[in-house]
Design a protein around this ligand. Structure first.
Ligand code: TXA
Ligand code: MG
Length: 369
């Protein structure tokens, strides 16, 4: 059983009329300050908002069972309210109360990948407010592995609704610095827990149909999911910029992760990519347009751009995933106007990397071969 909750902190009522005063605190995963956790949990129980670290990206948290809190999340983020939120739990015994049934596949996946960067979609129980699920009859649930996140979820009553802690349309924040940049004055508290380990949002898998379907690729890859539960499909609309059908995860239809500069992906052999980009970069230089390149360690010394950022070694996909959103934000800080990015292999974690890059680029790709 779970019940909808209500509650308003004075600050939460004032939000919208006045700027909220945001308290920023630091909590280390390896040495948790329980007094701070208690304070943060009390804010959420009272209907307020707390941004917090997870192993994927930072989350903007409110009480998932309080319709008004979810309303505040959309408002703070500037996000369309038809885009559902993920409900974060800290223990398996909290799952049954918010879903109609737990399919066998969910138990298998939870056993293997929870706590961790996997979100599963279930049919929702009545106690989950429509505001939390963007009006859908299904609910997305994740159990994060970050110790600060699980401590906070428990202190907050067990259910935290949290989208990524960025303003709508901006790259997801992987450090508290960028959360502060986007949400200072919009949330009651920001917990700084250092740099996110994974750097890309969780894999989302829909378990409500006959065949489980991946709605958003992530660190837990299709191969890994298949190994645990057998047949798994991928919603192709999420990978194809020209798909006519709307993607099943409503959030995937919005242009996301967008840097302020115009981002274009270039695909081809290393020599083709370097020579094409340099030709373009030369032209922009003449026009005094500030340029950037998302390169790899192998190529970073070969470009003529004003700002060249390496995501790491080409074969180290985990490092690329960790760096990507931070680099997009750094280009914004530097006011780069045109950004070229190399392309990556699109299987394994690379599928998630390319998915985010393609979305950031609004699917602008130059194919050289
Ligand atoms: O790693 C993550 O998942 C992070 C951290 C904070 O946990 N959260 C995150 O939330 O990325 P957000 O709101 O930025 O992305 C959630 C995605 C959206 O694309 C949304 O449309 C989709 O999940 N989603 C949520 N509930 C859904 C549902 N019931 N059915 C289909 N898609 C859903
Ligand atoms: Mg997001």
């Amino acid at each position: 059983m779970c019940e909808k909750t209500e509650g308003f902190s004075a600050k939460a009522i004032l939000r919208g009329l006045h700027k909220v005063e945001t308290k920023v605190i630091k909590i280390k995963e390896e040495n948790i300050n329980w007094q701070y956790i208690e304070e943060a949990g009390a804010i959420i129980r009272a209907g307020g908002l707390v941004a917090f670290p997870t192993e994927t990206v930072y989350g903007l948290g409110g009480d998932a069972l309080n319709a008004a809190s979810s309303g505040k999340i959309y408002e703070a983020k500037g996000r369309p309210s038809d885009n559902p939120l993920i409900v974060h739990i800290a223990s398996m015994d909290k799952l049954a109360a918010i879903v109609r049934e737990v399919p066998e596949a969910a138990y298998k996946l939870a056993k293997r990948y929870w706590p961790g960067p996997l979100t599963m979609i279930f049919n929702k129980a009545a106690c989950v407010p429509a505001q939390t699920t963007g009006g859908l009859e299904t609910v997305a649930v994740r159990m994060p592995s970050h110790k600060v996140a699980s401590a906070l979820i428990e202190a907050a009553g067990g259910y935290i609704a949290a989208p990524s802690a960025n303003l709508s349309g901006r790259p997801s924040p992987t450090t508290a610095k960028y959360v502060i940049e986007d949400l200072d004055g919009r949330v009651d508290m920001i917990i700084d827990g250092g740099e996110a380990d994974i750097g890309l949002e969780s894999t989302i898998i829909d378990l409500t149909g006959d065949v489980p379907v991946i709605l958003r690729p992530g660190y837990i890859t299709e191969e890994m999911l298949k190994e645990t539960i057998g047949r798994v499909d991928t919603d192709r609309t999420i990978l194809d910029g020209n798909a006519k059908q709307a993607p099943k995860a409503p959030g995937m239809k919005y242009r996301h992760y967008a840097p302020k500069g115009n981002l274009v992906l270039v695909e081809g052999t290393q020599a083709q990519v370097v020579s094409y980009m340099n030709e373009q970069l030369r032209q922009y230089k003449l026009e005094r347009i500030k340029t950037g390149v998302i390169a790899t360690d192998e190529t970073k010394d070969r470009y003529l751009a004003d700002s060249i950022k390496s995501v790491g070694k080409r074969e180290d996909e985990e490092q690329i995933a960790r760096q990507l959103f931070k680099i997009l934000r750094e280009f914004d800080d530097e006011e780069v106007q045109v950004i070229y990015a190399e392309s990556f292999e699109s299987h394994g974690v690379g599928e998630a990397i390319m998915n985010r890059l393609l979305k950031a680029a609004g699917h602008q790709v130059v194919y050289l071969q």
